[in-house]
Design a protein around this ligand. Structure first.
Ligand code: AMP
Length: 398
């Protein structure tokens, strides 16, 4: 079965086509600047060089048409016709409390996604636009929604509730939801496979450390706590997001600086995190360089980042009553041996003991714990698209 996986942002679209018999990627790419001047499509067949096509791309429907034109191109395409695609998997950010797993999209699902717009005003609208555009172009295949929040619906109420007046939960569903669920689930499953043990027996802490970052406690295959909350702002320090702060700081800054709520939102989401602390960059590669060149604030930002992740690992070991494995994934988690090392430093009391030589790896699956370490430390590259394709096949085949 050939499956198209689509991930729509407000002005972008990422896509991959899988042959699910072999779970191989036939082609992948992205469309950028949709609805903006200078739009383009990038397309890559297998491991070949990337092709860039510049075009006027006023909306997501035209973007998907362009994707199909590339996929069926005579010289570099991978499909004879669009009809070879038998199902489409869509990444959707927020399903609120409605879905704890992926679903085949129908009118009820679309209504539920619209209801969740107020919970994810930046993410759900482009996801919905992408689904509608794809359905219009491929009306005869099943479309599946795979949610970032779904994996975390197993959190117990004492973990997902905020200690706010209960009516706010009842009225507005103000609670913790968690995100990056597809990634946390994928790497937890891979960790169990690497360790050769059933997921149902393991206590795993998964650290998704990219531009957005979150940690999840996965107990016996179920998410029991995660660091992101009502929105992806809570928890770890991120590229430009603050993560946890005393909520009183927000009203204090609002009063001092005379900021409207939109401006505070912008400050916390776009101007904070390691970027805000360092004043250098949200990219850890630049921070490492700046720190090596003696920039103290860049060094501080990285130390704060590592410390926050370490604290969450300790908290989640306590939440689960132990930990068998800590998994690192996403851009930073997969590519920075020094950050992994810094996070693990100080966790020896838990039985964490990384091997420096084994840890000197990037972008491939490695158990980098030292011989005899009580807690395994693993590097597992994430693959959210494959997870979406797998869920899509499972649902379409009934
Ligand atoms: P992601 O959001 O998963 O794509 O991760 C993006 C982030 O990963 C970037 O902002 C970088 O900070 C980080 N990153 C990627 N490659 C490296 C690397 N080689 N060394 C350190 N950080 C990296």
């Amino acid at each position: 079965m050939k499956v198209l996986v689509i991930n729509c942002g407000s002005s972008s679209l990422k896509y991959q086509v899988f042959d699910m018999q072999t779970e191989t990627v036939l082609a992948k790419g992205n469309v950028e600047r949709i609805g903006i001047d200078g739009a383009f499509l990038k397309y890559r067949r297998g491991d070949e060089d990337t092709i860039t096509v510049e075009a006027e791309i006023p909306n997501h429907e035209v973007a998907i048409q362009l994707v199909f034109a590339a996929l069926t191109n005579e010289s570099y395409g991978v499909l004879k016709s669009a009809a070879e695609i038998e199902a489409v998997g869509h990444r959707v950010v927020h399903a609120g409390e409605k879905y704890a797993s992926s679903v085949v999209i129908d009118d009820d699902v679309m209504a539920a996604l619209r209801e969740c717009i107020e919970l994810a005003p930046l993410h759900n609208p482009p996801n919905i636009v992408g689904i509608e555009a794809a359905q219009k172009l491929m009306p005869n295949v099943k479309h599946v929604a795979v949610f970032d929040t779904a994996f975390h619906q197993t959190m117990p109420d004492y973990a997902y509730m905020y200690a706010l007046p209960y009516e706010l939960y009842e009225q507005y569903r103000v609670r913790r939801y968690g995100f990056h669920g597809t990634s946390h689930k994928y790497v937890a499953e891979r960790a169990a496979a690497i360790l050769g043990r059933p997921l149902s027996e393991l206590k795993i802490i998964t650290c998704h450390l990219g531009n957005g970052a979150s940690v999840t406690a996965v107990n016996c295959g179920k998410s029991v706590d995660t660091s992101m909350g009502f929105t992806p702002l809570e928890g770890l320090i991120m590229g430009t997001r603050s993560g946890d702060v005393d909520p009183a700081v927000i009203t204090f800054i609002q009063d001092k600086e005379g900021l409207a709520s939109e401006q505070v939102n912008n400050l916390l989401n776009k101007q904070s995190g390691v970027f805000g602390v360092s004043g250098v960059s949200s990219d850890f590669r630049s921070l490492e360089e700046a720190s090596e060149a003696g920039n103290k604030r860049a060094a501080l930002a990285m130390e704060m980042f590592a410390y926050r992740v370490r604290k969450y690992i300790g908290a989640y070991a306590a939440a689960m009553g132990g930990v068998d494995a800590i998994v690192f994934t996403a851009g930073l988690g997969e590519n920075s041996p020094s950050m992994r090392q810094n996070i693990c430093a100080g966790l020896e009391f838990l039985g964490v003991k990384p091997d420096a030589e084994k840890n000197n790896a990037r972008g491939k699956e490695v158990d980098f714990s030292a011989n005899g370490a009580k807690v395994h430390t693993l590097l597992v590259p994430t693959n959210e698209e494959l997870m979406i394709a797998r869920d899509t096949v499972a649902l379409v085949q009934g």
